[in-house]
Design a protein around this ligand. Structure first.
Ligand SMILES: [Zn+2]
Length: 65
């Protein structure tokens, strides 16, 4: 007996594909960790993938209070 109560399981976690700043590679499901506003220097937005977030205990910017 299959019990289908939901059409899909799509939580509020958009799958973004891009460069993970921590392992220096592309990955799916990256989240914005740090947004650095700098006019010059190595500023910019830092994204991390799921495994790197676990390894480094990173909390996405949107998940912080
Ligand atoms: Zn990564």
């Amino acid at each position: 007996m299959d019990e289908i109560t939901q059409a899909d399981a799509t939580p509020n976690t958009p799958t973004a594909f891009g460069l993970c700043h921590w392992h220096k590679g592309h990955a799916e499901g990256i989240r914005l960790i740090e947004g650095i506003e700098q006019g010059s220097g190595p500023g910019g937005n830092l994204f991390a993938c799921g495994p790197c977030r676990e390894t480094h205990r990173l909390v996405p910017l949107a998940d912080r209070p």
